[in-house]
Design a protein around this ligand. Structure first.
Ligand code: PAF
Length: 297
């Protein structure tokens, strides 16, 4: 198969190298559309030379995986519109919710899919990627797209290259769950300069529990039926399992980059406002992250 990967950050590089390793053709699309090829070493073992930025070849790809951050989805995908026939599945993989809602009406005919993953990757340098955590990738519908036989065979290819990849009938449930995880872990680790696992320490417990409680209220109002104790144990489980990692928002703040706060806590606060639910703890974290971002300008 020929698969396009838009965004060659840690996850994009992981997908590009794993698909090449499995014998597939990969076309990488980088931010500035300039290099004709990129070279990436996977786990300090194999080096892959990957053709890049030949935009006319997008039309012969069987699927495109868009791994840019939620803040970059619109600016990464809009310039590719003229090269992308509407029948090619576009699979968006990023933290947060609401990024696709920002795309213009011209995308309504396209086959858009949403994905979420617990695979973890780290890019120690621009030419290296490390697969730091084995997880699974769930793919599901955005608005009215369906699991077609074409998409089913793409899922099988993706699953054999970087297992597990499965179709999820209720992707919204999985996205809400990931949103809650990110709403608690990401801003706190960025503000308190700590690793994910440190949030399990007693000094953070009251704040963690308040944040989980507010998340749970909004999720209930949005039709998510998980119990508070289930949600709490899922989030704390992720803190434990990724205990030694610095969250993506911690890294963004550390490198003075714009964070995904608008698509994480911002999305939660938007839904809270629609349902008239007060979320003072999330509101406070949102403001602190915004202040930190403003101090970088
Ligand atoms: O954004 C992140 O860093 C990750 O989604 C997570 C799960 C919080 C692990 O670090």
């Amino acid at each position: 198969m020929k698969i396009g990967i838009v965004g060659i950050g840690a996850l994009g590089s992981l997908w590009a190298t794993k698909l090449r390793q499995a014998g597939h053709d990969v076309l990488a699309i980088t931010r500035d559309h300039s290099p004709r090829s990129i070279s990436i070493t996977l786990d300090q073992q194999a080096e892959f030379e990957i053709p890049a930025n030949n935009l006319t070849q997008l039309s012969i790809c069987q699927a495109i995986i868009i791994t840019v951050k939620s803040t970059q989805v619109k600016q990464a995908i809009e310039p590719l519109f003229e090269y992308l026939p509407s029948n090619i599945p576009l699979i968006f993989l990023h933290n947060g919710m609401g990024a696709l809602d920002q795309l213009g009406e011209q995308w309504n005919q396209h086959s858009l899919y949403l994905a979420t993953t617990t695979q973890a990757a780290f890019k120690p340098s621009s030419q290296q990627v490390k697969h730091t955590g084995i997880g699974q990738t769930l793919i599901g519908t955005y608005r009215k797209t369906k699991l077609t036989p074409q998409l089913d065979s793409i899922i099988q290819v993706l699953d054999s290259a970087l297992p597990k990849v499965v179709w999820h009938k209720q992707i919204n449930d999985a996205l809400w769950q990931k949103l809650a995880i990110n709403c608690v872990i990401n801003p706190m680790t960025a503000i308190y300069h700590c690793k994910n696992g440190e949030l399990l320490q007693s000094q953070y417990q009251t704040e963690v529990d308040n944040l989980i409680n507010e998340c749970h209220q909004v999720m209930q109002a949005a039709g998510q039926n998980q119990s508070l104790s289930e949600l709490s144990s899922t989030i704390k489980q992720v803190m434990l399992a990724t205990g030694d990692n610095f969250s993506s928002m911690h890294q963004d703040i550390h490198h003075q980059r714009t964070t995904e706060i608008d698509f994480i806590t911002g999305f939660l606060l938007q839904k809270a406002a629609q349902h008239q639910i007060a979320c003072p703890h999330h509101q406070a974290l949102y403001q602190k992250i915004k202040q930190l971002e403003e101090s970088f300008i």
